[in-house]
Design a protein. Structure first.
Length: 278
């Protein structure tokens, strides 16, 4: 555990909210916006789900006079254990964020819960307008239709490539296909004029394409904490709105181990590290 922490702390803001706040304050003082994520997914007990809800409530309360964002995985709120409890916990957090003028983004997880995630997103968006948003994965065939439906309902979208292993019957597999679809979806997303949306990628080809567009100022640019800090700073210095996805929590060890077990992610992290240095 001690051997891994020096590696983990580059990508984890802290093991509790107090230590994460120190990291967060440095980022905000440098002009970055934040999206907090209390690390965890697929909770095993309702008590774990309530603990997650309490953490997010603390974040919203601490930053009640600031414009921040929180990123929630619904499996961490007990979606697969008890949907009713999950919805109740989400309602509490959503009401708090709405009253504070803050925002919530649902992280997109495995495709087996995509429908339930989007259903809850649309439902809560009606009750708490301009507060709820969600991620969509460019690798899934269904994403264009999902995006159109969300746009009709004035829901903010964070477009990601998608990190989950999916069947080839429902998802693109090649890097080039995913990249091309991402750019097509950006064109669709850029056509909306109501809510600001976000592109969450470290892919420089995609970023250069977006920055060359006339509607580039409609997008926020989101990065995972600790990865391609050079790009984060470069875009901010260019006047772009840059938001850092900031994970923290006592579950940093399993979070780090999951990242290390995913060879593709390890290669990506190593490449990113090299690009920052050279």
């Amino acid at each position: 555990m001690k051997l891994l922490f020096p590696f983990a702390k580059r990508y984890i803001a802290g093991d509790d909210l107090v230590s994460a706040q120190s990291t967060a304050n440095k980022l905000t003082s440098n002009g970055f916006e934040l999206s907090f994520n209390y690390v965890g997914e697929y909770c095993k007990t309702i008590e774990e789900a309530r603990q997650a809800q309490n953490q997010y409530s603390e974040i919203l309360n601490y930053y009640q006079n600031q414009t921040i964002d929180i990123s929630i995985k619904l499996s961490q709120f007990g979606l697969l254990l008890n949907p009713e409890v999950c919805e109740d916990l989400l309602l509490q957090v959503a009401e708090q964020a709405y009253n504070n003028g803050q925002t919530i983004r649902f992280d997109m997880e495995h495709s087996t819960i995509t429908d339930r995630t989007l259903d809850l997103c649309l439902q809560m968006n009606k009750e708490f307008p301009e507060t709820i948003g969600t991620a969509l994965q460019a690798r899934l065939f269904r994403t264009k239709d999902d995006m159109i439906e969300l746009m009709k309902n004035n829901v903010s979208v964070r477009l990601v490539k998608g990190a989950y292993l999916e069947k080839q019957t429902i998802a693109l597999k090649s890097y080039q296909d995913i990249q091309n679809n991402y750019l097509q979806l950006i064109t669709l997303l850029g056509s909306r004029t109501d809510r600001r949306c976000a592109v969450a990628t470290h892919d420089e080809i995609i970023l250069d394409n977006i920055l060359s567009r006339a509607d580039a100022d409609r997008f926020d640019f989101e990065f995972i904490y600790g990865i391609r800090r050079d790009l984060q700073q470069k875009l901010k210095d260019q006047g772009q709105k840059v938001r850092i996805y900031l994970p923290y929590g006592e579950n940093w060890l399993p979070y780090t181990l999951r990242r290390l077990r995913e060879w593709k992610n390890l290669v990506f992290i190593l490449r990113s590290f090299i690009k920052e240095r050279f």
